[in-house]
Design a protein around this ligand. Structure first.
Ligand SMILES: Cc1cc2nc3c(=O)[nH]c(=O)nc-3n(C[C@H](O)[C@H](O)[C@H](O)COP(=O)(O)OP(=O)(O)OC[C@H]3O[C@@H](n4cnc5c(N)ncnc54)[C@H](O)[C@@H]3O)c2cc1C
Length: 291
């Protein structure tokens, strides 16, 4: 199948792009790597009269360490994120999430901004951004604003961005000290979206008690989800006394309605999610203990 006809626009600055989006209204859509949008257009699940291509916006690309955080331009490809030594050192959870995204060809074109703006509930980058309390930088004709990840994902494939707003960058805080992180997911085939997955970061104090913990789940709700009660329950506990299985059970107990479809029933997804949290918790904790 072919997409319905559309008019193609190729702005060269982000300001020009948002002005175009504002002028063209809801018949227009930004396109970055096209790895989510093109299949939707080709299958005619979405039809737009105008596509505003972000490919020529050099200002959207790049990785920059800024003291206690790392900023990644929204147009940076998954592959560039995966290859970056800066990200591997400052935000290892993001590096480890990258190989789980689709296949090499998809990672070579898909962008971190596209993945986050697309907001698939089973996407790895939205889940990692939520788990690590990233901030999203947005630009519209009205100016710039910063949206915390906790306020960004509003529902299935929907976000706090307005129609004329672009994501320009993602800022990840660095975790310092003794910490470990891990991402685990279950998919039927390598490269498929996860049926259920978990991203975990855990920080230990000098006595090996949990000082910080962050647990994110994906594929088990309309958006990625933080298991905040389970996170708080382990704070102050000795690492050696925490049962990973209990952490998994506690995280899943917080879930609301879990989707049920041909890939798996809600009950199956809950079970898989608990196992993924337990595995991720165990790996993250072992890494923190080795630090
Ligand atoms: C076979 C296949 C398997 C895949 N598997 C996975 C997987 O396992 N995990 C996973 O997470 N993803 C997966 N993907 C999706 C892939 O990661 C996409 O690259 C990503 O979701 C979208 O990035 P993109 O740059 O291609 O965005 P596009 O497809 O160009 O755009 C997606 C959406 O984001 C919007 N958008 C893009 N950039 C911006 C911006 N800067 N500001 C505002 N809005 C913007 C667009 O308007 C559109 O609505 C898969 C895709 C395919 C085709």
């Amino acid at each position: 199948m072919k997409p319905a006809p559309f008019e193609y626009h190729a702005p060269t600055t982000a300001r020009e792009a948002v002005e175009l989006l504002a002028e063209l209204g809801d018949g227009a859509k930004a396109i970055a790597g096209g790895q989510s949008l093109m299949p939707m257009l080709i299958l005619r699940l979405a039809v737009f009269d105008h596509l505003v291509d972000l490919r020529h916006l050099d200002e959207l690309r790049g990785i920059e360490t800024r003291g206690d955080s790392v900023r990644i331009g929204a147009g940076t490809t998954h592959s560039a994120v995966g290859r970056s030594a800066e990200i591997r050192s400052a935000v290892p959870l993001l590096s480890r999430a990258t190989p789980h995204i689709g296949h090499l060809q998809i990672r070579n074109r898909g962008t971190i901004g596209g993945s986050i703006a697309h907001a698939d509930a089973a996407g790895e980058y939205p889940a990692v951004a939520l788990t690590l309390d990233a901030d999203f930088e947005a630009l519209s004709p009205r100016g710039r604003r910063t949206i915390p990840a906790a306020d960004f994902f509003t529902g299935m494939w929907s976000t706090a961005l307005t129609e004329d707003e672009l994501l320009t960058g993602v800022v990840f805080p660095r975790w310092e000290g003794r910490f470990g992180c891990a991402i685990e997911e279950f998919a039927r085939r390598r490269g498929d979206f996860a049926i259920a997955g978990a991203a975990v970061a855990v920080g230990l104090d000098a006595d090996s008690r949990v000082g910080r913990s962050a647990i994110g789940l994906f594929g088990v709700g309309p958006t990625a989800i933080r298991a905040r009660t389970a996170e708080h329950e382990v704070i102050g506990c000795a690492a050696s006394e925490i049962s990973a299985e209990n952490v998994g059970r506690a995280a899943v107990a917080e879930l609301g309605q879990v989707p049920s479809d041909l890939h798996g029933s809600a009950e199956f997804r809950r079970h898989v999610a608990a196992v993924m949290v337990a595995h991720a918790w165990q790996r993250a904790l072992e890494e923190a203990l080795d630090d």
